[in-house]
Each structure stands twice: as C-alpha cells, then as structure tokens.
Ligand binder design. Sequence first.
Ligand code: DGY
Length: 327
Amino acid sequence: MRVLVTEPLPGKGIQLLSDRYQVTVGERGEFDRVSELKKVIGNYDALLSCLSNPVSREVLQEGKNLKIVSNYAVGYNNIDIKAAEELGILVANTPDVLTEATADCAFALLLSVARRIREAEDHLRAGRFTGWHPFGFLGSELHGKKAGVLGMGRIGRAFAKRAAGFGMTVCYHNRKPLDAETERRYHAHFIDSVDELVQTCDILSLHVPLSPDTKHLIDKERIAMMTPDTIIINTARGPIIEEEALASALHDGRLGGAGLDVFEKEPEVHPLLLSAPNCVLLPHIGSATHKTRGRMSALAASSIISHLEGKPDHAIPALVFQRPRKE
Ligand code: DGY
C-alpha cells in the first residue's frame, strides 16, 4: 500500500505509517495547489493531508486507488466531503486531541487584547517605558464580563470552562441547546439567536466549523450590532468573519478589540487588520503545542492504518462520516 503525507509532520504519525506502508512525504507547500495533488494522487491508497491542501472533487476523482483521506486538523473545510462520500473515499480528522491547546490559544488572545499586552510590550521594547504611569495602558478585566461562545462543541466548551474559571458569565449559541446537565457543568446559558448573542456579550469567541452556512456569520451587520467594547476572538476559521468589516470597525473605534489566529485568505492578512488598533494577530497556531501536534499526527495515521487493515468504519478512530452499514 502507498501513502502520501503532504509535508513533514511532528510526532510519530509518519513513522507509524512507514512501519507498514510505502510512504512518500512531500515538501512543505508542495501540495498546496490542486494541480500538484491531482498529478500524483492516482498512485496512492491513502492521503494524510494538511489544511492548506485543497482536496477538491477534481483531486478525489483522480484518486483511482484512494481509500481514505486523513486530515491533520479538526477542521476539514479543505476537503470536498460530498465528493468523497459519493466516491466512497473515507475522510478522517483529528478531533479531541487539540481541544485544550486551541482553547488555551483563544484565551491567550483574549487576555492579550483585554489587557493590551502586545501594545504595552511594544512600548517597552521600543525603549519608551519611563516608569509606572497612572494612565499607562488601561485595559479591561475579564472578571464579571459576559463571554459569548458561538459554537458549543468541544473547543467552545473548553473555552467556556476557562471563562467561568475567570469569573465570567457564559452564554452560548449553538444549533441545538446543550442538555441541562451539560449547561450546568459549563455554567452556560443558551441564547436563541446569533443576533442576540452578539448584542449581549462583552466577549465573542468563535468555535463553529467553516461551512457555506457559517461563512461571514459575523458580517458587517452583526458587527454593527455589537457594543463598542466588545472583543472578538477567532481561533476557528477566518472566513467566518467578514474581515474587512471587522478591520473598519476596529479603526473607527466601534469595537473593543480583536484577537485572531485565523484569516479569510490565509496566509494573507488584510492590511487594514495589520494597522488596526487593539488587534492581536497570530499565524494560525491554535493547536501548536508539542504534545497536541504529536497526538494529531498519531491520530491521523491511526485512522489510515485502521482503514487499510480492513477495520469497519465504526472502529476507525476519527471518521468525519461513516458509510451506511451493509445488511
Ligand atoms: C484545526 O485542526 O482545524 C486547526 O486549525 C489546525 O491547527
């Protein structure tokens, strides 16, 4: 069996695959275009892809021997899931293992924005620190604030837990409310609509997957509904926010701040965001801890191994969808 891993990865995943199969590891960026993936995919039984690899219908159709695509990410918006389902190609991802790291990153962004950490540090490094100042870098504290969590899946809940621990009240919007016991565990109150959530919270943290339904969920109109102190945090996917509208609102002082780990057209960052006040920008590092990235590679590899060994769909560690069972 032949496996393509699109670029070198941390952890044991590649070794686990190489112990069993003929593995090709691409170079960083080599498979970031459909044309490059299309050229070679017909030679492989399995693909371990990254979120920068466009696993489109065209690519999947060329994968005449392809049985499974395992994505080194929890998000799988880079893969045409419908096409994969139609073509009988399984898709796996890496849920659970990156939950805590990503929620930590969202919280790091939140603290940085609320306490103006980046600005204050820049000031010090520029040699402008002249001593304690009564008006120096006044920010806001999290205690007593209302955190709004949009998308109460694994990462949303982990963010909610942190928010409650910091003395914030937590409200959330989700397609379906959580059961009462889970709501109690996360001290979270369900809000019926996205509009109401964005209007009532002090901090909005995004934790929904990217899909046609969530693209620009936070658009110009919703940004206009927020109070001028609202802080937006995005560690999910860039296109969930209308980036230009967010940047304009920050420039006009219509928002309290933003902490972003993801962007609409990665790796490009909107120039207006780069110059916006009280905005902390990170290069998509939500899951970037040694432990998490190692666990992601082992999990992505083990889904491939389970499938190539002939295990039934329900025994594969992290499938995005299961094929209907044959009677
Ligand atoms: C994911 O898994 O979707 C992350 O964005 C990768 O770090």
